[in-house]
Design a protein around this ligand. Structure first.
Ligand SMILES: Nc1ncnc2c1ncn2[C@@H]1O[C@H](COP(=O)(O)OP(=O)(O)O)[C@@H](O)[C@H]1O
Ligand SMILES: [Mg+2]
Length: 346
């Protein structure tokens, strides 16, 4: 398991030289026959470019980190194609095929590394993270999360059994990351909370139902309609998708949609319930899943702090993760602590 986690971590540090915009445009023209303009987008592991074609159509070019296995790109594309077949009303990107009809290409980058790239349609909308937050918006996210899980039910791929560090199954690995971070000021309270949560997750999670889930429904992966911000206009970024406990997906979405400025544990609990109840209306959660949900949300909040800080300290030039404010981290710890004291009731 440690080897698999290390392999995942390799895809998070800048192991490949960035592809230039000019080179990206040449690839797009040669392989897809699309003449476009391009701007660079953010990217945790993929390099992402927004493309605007001559006729105005918009796409995203996603170039995987050189350390990533092409099977993982194929897994994401196959899932998007499956979603389109199962529920074409779901607002997810569509896979664009190259001139040969393939869903991804392999190419040699400017540094000589072999890389995988693909093009998806660009979805219009405002990132949820820049919108006005509301209970109705959180419920819409819970519903779309539930619908997505229903669409993915029955989908599988060999790469689905991959190790995604962000998956709450790997909460125990946070201890190792803490050891590698001599400068993390909140290490002791985080460790104390992990002592509570890890044994429960290790005991109970493997017994719950599993399937392929999105597993990263966060405020930068959900687009809303600018004219009605409580309406979800898009779900993107299937980069953390994995075969894991279904309830992990609910926990990730509920944890990620707690507003950044929330410091009151009872407000956080209400926010978590907005998401979870709506998800539950689409995919009825089992009693054992609901029983573990609070602990999983707490785990995700802890993981976000630890992985984020680990990344900042390990990859200071990376720029993708900015250092977190101590006040924010303390508020997240307080919310986690409270979640472990009293179970959620849907
Ligand atoms: N298909 C898309 N439609 C609209 N915006 C997109 C799309 N893909 C990526 N983006 C934009 O690029 C950002 C990073 O892309 P994403 O796929 O989420 O990568 P990461 O794994 O780094 O989070 C997103 O938060 C979003 O702003
Ligand atoms: Mg993203």
């Amino acid at each position: 398991m440690t080897d698999q986690v290390d392999a995942f971590l390799a895809t998070m540090v800048a192991s490949s030289r960035p592809v230039s915009v000019e080179y990206a445009l040449t690839l797009v023209q040669e392989h897809y026959g699309i003449a476009a303009r391009a701007t660079r987008l953010t990217g945790e592991r993929d390099e992402n470019f927004r493309l605007t074609a001559a006729g105005g159509a918009e796409y995203v070019l996603k170039i995987a980190n050189a350390a990533e296995d092409p099977a993982e790109t194929e897994f994401q594309n196959e899932a998007l194609l499956h979603i389109e077949r199962s529920d074409d009303a779901l607002p997810c990107p569509r896979v664009v095929r190259d001139r040969a009809g393939k869903t991804f290409i392999r190419f040699t980058d400017e540094a000589g590394a072999t890389r995988t790239a693909r093009i998806l349609t660009f979805l219009a909308g405002r990132l949820l993270g820049s919108s006005t937050r509301s209970p109705a918006q959180r419920a819409a996210c819970g519903r779309i999360g539930g619908k997505l899980s229903l669409a993915l039910r029955g989908f599988d791929h060999p790469a689905a059994r991959r190790t995604i560090l962000w998956d709450v199954r790997h909460t125990a690995h946070m201890r190792t990351l803490l050891e590698e971070m001599p400068r993390f000021p909140l290490a002791s309270p985080v460790r104390a909370l992990l002592e509570h949560v890890v044994p429960r997750i290790e005991r109970e999670l493997p017994t719950l139902r599993h399937q392929v889930v999105h597993c990263d429904l966060n405020a930068l992966n959900i687009l809303v309609d600018p004219a009605d911000e409580a309406r979800v206009a898009g779900v993107i970024d299937f980069g953390d998708m994995v075969h894991t406990a279904l309830v992990a997906d609910v926990a990730v979405c509920a944890a990620e949609l707690i507003p950044m400025d929330c410091s009151d544990p009872s407000e956080a609990r209400a926010s978590i319930l907005d998401v979870s109840r709506a998800y539950h209306d689409c995919v009825a959660l089992h009693q054992e899943e609901v029983g573990l949900l609070g602990a999983l949300v707490a785990a995700r909040l802890l993981m976000t702090l630890v992985i984020h800080e680990w990344h900042v300290q390990r990859n200071p030039g990376g720029g993708h993760f900015a250092p977190l404010e101590e006040g924010f981290m303390r508020a997240r710890l307080k919310i986690s602590d409270q979640l472990l004291l009293q179970e959620l009731r849907l």
